[in-house]
Write a protein that binds this ligand. Structure first.
Ligand code: DC
Length: 233
């Protein structure tokens, strides 16, 4: 793995705000961004399009090794566009079908291994912000700064509730809380790359914090970590 550029990892459960915070942090630092969840989704879409099922491990691994992926910011800088073999697929990886397929594919050890090189390739100067589940524990175990970003199930359920309301989808808040608690348990209990903070990660609980407050906290942790490791600034 190249040690040429510093890495900040942001792991944590879904709904903790990792995606938004990682994008804003990467922008502020002028760093590259790796949304590793999107990588699993892109592979799922590629598999779906090539009619490769979640149990066809050899074909999935082959696809994983040859994925041509690119992330780039749109003109306003507030959305990350996703490209697969030069085709824009930003919205297509966010569907329910692709999400479900991604979570099935993500438990296959051979697939996770095959995606390592691709993920390591995002580590380029001046630096990288990587968000996911196992960035600090597995993929960038030598990262300069590891953040575990979390929030209570109720807070995450409320955020999700608001997003769904905006889309005109009515759901019950208690049901969302239950769903989130069950998923956390599943993610933490799974044998392969379970969701847990790296031993040297700093946990940031974003419950009750605004996006700006979380960003400021992370920026100060980044400054501290990078000056300590002598990397930059
Ligand atoms: O964060 P997300 O919903 O976009 O992630 C899609 C799927 O990939 C989800 O099932 C979790 C999985 N994933 C993973 O296993 N490891 C990662 N580093 C990132 C995501």
């Amino acid at each position: 793995m190249s040690r040429s550029a510093p890495v900040v990892t942001i792991d944590g459960p879904s709904g903790a705000g990792k995606g938004t915070i990682a994008r804003l942090l990467a922008q502020q630092l002028g760093y590259h961004l790796l949304d590793s969840g999107a990588i699993y989704r892109i592979l799922a879409l590629a598999a779906h399009e090539s009619s490769v099922g979640p149990d066809e491990i050899t074909d999935l691994t082959e696809l994983a090794r040859n994925l041509e992926v690119e992330f780039r910011l749109n003109e306003s800088g507030c959305e990350t566009q996703v490209l697969l073999s030069d085709q824009l697929i930003t919205d297509r990886i966010r569907t329910e079908i692709v999400g479900n397929l991604a979570s099935q594919i993500a438990v296959i050890p051979e697939v996770r291994l095959a995606l390592l090189d691709l993920q390591h390739g995002f580590r380029k100067p001046p630096g990288l912000v990587a968000d996911g589940r196992d960035m600090g524990t597995v993929v960038f175990a030598d990262a300069e700064l590891k953040i575990f970003l979390t929030a209570t199930p109720l807070e995450r359920a409320k955020r999700r509730y608001k997003q769904l309301m905006v889309k005109g989808i009515g759901v019950s808040l208690p049901a969302l809380v239950r769903e989130i608690e069950q998923r956390d348990q599943r993610d933490a209990d799974r044998k392969l790359a379970p969701l847990r903070p790296a031993s040297d990660a700093i946990t940031v609980d974003s419950t009750g914090m605004t996006v700006d407050q979380v960003l400021m906290r992370l920026m100060s942790l980044v400054r501290e970590a990078l000056s300590e490791s002598g990397v930059v600034r």
